[in-house]
Design a binder for this molecule. Sequence first.
Ligand code: PA5
Length: 445
Amino acid sequence: MAVKFIDKYTKDFVREHEMDAIKSQVLAAHKTVHEKSGLGNDFLGWLDLPQNYDKAEFEAIKKAAEKIRKNTEVFIVIGIGGSYLGARAAIEFIRSPMYNNLKKDTPDIYFAGNSISADYLNELLSICEGRDVSINVISKSGTTTEPAIAFRVFKKLLEDKYGKEGARERIFCTTDKARGTLKELSDREGYETFVVPDDVGGRYSVLTAVGLLPMAVAGIDLDAVMKGAQDAMKAFDNEDFDTNDCYRYAAMRNILYRKGKTTEIMVSYEPRFAMMNEWYKQLYGESEGKDNKGIFPASVIFSTDLHSMGQFIQDGTRNLFETVVNIKAPNKDFEIKAESENFDGLNFLAGKTVSEVNTKAFEGTILAHNEGGVPNIVLEIPKADEYEFGYLVYFFEKACAISGYILGINPFNQPGVEAYKKNMFALLGKPGYEDMQAELLKKLN
Ligand code: PA5
């Protein structure tokens, strides 16, 4: 069992029969997902993706990655939201949050097009100076402003450096299989393309080419990732609520929400999980936050944030619950040594490992937070590797769909994301937005 749901630290807040009471809603949600009968049912491609992925494209991704690893020192991945977070989360979780600084035989990987920052772009351009560069632009629509601006910049960099012919060998596009400006441009220019399937939304797309090409460039074993996801798919297909940990997690968060615990804080004691937290926040925030409801997804890394957010969690507004992803073993432990002068009084730790100390921090914190009125769900995984990543991704995706249907929303759309875009386009003077521009300028001035 790669993800184990532990509810021991929710017992003071949720009674056993409450899980029994919500069971029928979970089973109804299971039916809705598997019969594809619910809201957003056009976007259920992720459900059997670990089994039914495009095998030919999967091999093409590995081949492209091999080519990139051979001729590239800096690989720029351009995308935002669902076209960005999964790949970055994978690389940091599986390889390292310090991936670029590791001794390695794979390219440095930087992410662009996930903000509209001039400084960030300029700094990235200077990192590329004198180094061999390739890019992967990822955009399902092909028209998202942030990646489109970055793509212009890096396309020009490559064309200036290698000429149009040379650049063509270094530009990889992941986009819609048939439509959109990026697809049209790729066909015209002869860029190698990969597909974001029609029935997989951005935030559920990490196990498609969206996440897989950057992962493969980073030297990640894609077969092991897919094996993890496949095993999770089989494990959580199971209608037996009592043994389906994915469904129990979905149920528990809804029970807590109904009791006024409206913020879920995703917690890990490993910095390598920080971008997984960001990926989780998009998945759950964009899926559930609608129709004036939803659990607000937040995140922390402990013990780091115990020194910043710890006070609030222990003692602030009591609308919180925590979900701790407890990674049982580090990839390599580190023993604490005795110090002859014992200048800091820490010799009592000599002979213990850093991960043993981390475990005690976890146990001590969970008891303290429970005492302070914060229920804790624990999701235990054995370690951080490819298999666990694939497994965890599927676990969270399926739990999100089930949880969203229990909440009574469409977990697969994101109508609210358009509001800022319309205002931004109007303020930038995009043709067709003239009336709106006048209205907004009146409000601003
Ligand atoms: O989950 C989503 O749908 C969004 O986060 C999108 O992935 C994001 O807006 C980027 O869209 P696109 O891939 O069309 O550029």
